[in-house]
Design a binder for this molecule. Structure first.
Ligand code: FPP
Length: 229
């Protein structure tokens, strides 16, 4: 549900184009991801400041895990290295963090670092600001796991109770994808039934706060009828 001033409560962010940004700038792909993770923190902080309550950032898909080891290890190192700045920025904003995805597939050191950031920020749970970081995430897997949990409980579900069984129980009013592709790539397939989809040609490291504001302004002009007339 949008806030009164037309700001979406929940925004999904597909951060695509780090590799192409690096190539265009004569850098290694890993340097694109370094810029990407810094930008994720910057954009999310800005989103909270303008009134967004939940940011869902697609960090790494299950499919991305089969990229060359060097690239994946670089991203894992980033998640660990960014720990201090992440906690500092989101403490200031009184936001908590939740990691969603097949976390068992991640190395122990990465899981530990994620747990420490969750613990450091969990005092802000319920204060209205959450960054969900989707890592080793795939929406089909999330849905199938929820179906299996429902079967194990032996109770029929309805649309709302099923939503609450997913790892990300918020429905984004707006999903932004950078990098020029126009698809969801296995991101929030159940939760995005009524999401407005905004595609930017900019590579993620170049997508800045003013681009984010432009996406919000575009969203504010949408007429959201949810199938009604
Ligand atoms: C898409 O760019 C980006 C990724 C696959 C990884 C994104 C990672 C970050 C932004 C860092 C934050 C990550 C976490 C886990 C918090 P791409 O490599 O597909 O770019 P390309 O399409 O130009 O090759």
């Amino acid at each position: 549900m949008s806030n009164n001033n037309g700001i979406p409560a929940t925004v999904g962010l597909i951060m695509d184009g780090n590799g192409r940004w690096a190539k265009n700038n004569g850098l290694k792909r890993g340097e694109g991801h370094t810029k990407g993770i810094e930008n994720m923190i910057k954009i999310t902080a800005h989103a909270f400041e303008v009134g967004v309550k939940n940011m869902v950032c697609y960090g790494l898909s299950t499919e991305n895990l089969s990229r060359p080891e060097e690239e994946i290890n670089h991203i894992y190192d980033l998640v660990i290295k960014v720990f201090d700045i992440f906690v500092t920025v989101f403490s200031r904003l009184k936001a908590c963090v939740k990691y969603i995805g097949d976390l068992d597939r991640l190395p122990e050191a990465v899981r530990e670092s994620m747990k420490r950031s969750e613990n450091a920020l969990n005092k802000f749970e319920g204060r209205g600001r959450t960054i969900y970081v989707a890592i080793a995430y795939g929406s089909r897997k999330e849905i199938v796991s929820a179906v299996n949990r429902a079967i194990a409980l032996g109770k029929p579900v309805d649309e709302d109770s099923f939503l609450n069984m997913l790892e990300m129980p918020e429905e984004p009013e707006l999903i932004i994808r950078t990098g020029g592709e126009s698809r969801l790539s296995n991101f929030l397939l159940y939760q995005s039934s009524y999401s407005e989809l905004y595609f930017s040609d900019k590579y993620f490291p170049d997508f800045d706060n003013s681009d984010f504001d432009e996406a919000l302004a575009w969203y504010a002009k949408r007429s959201r009828r949810h199938g009604q007339i």
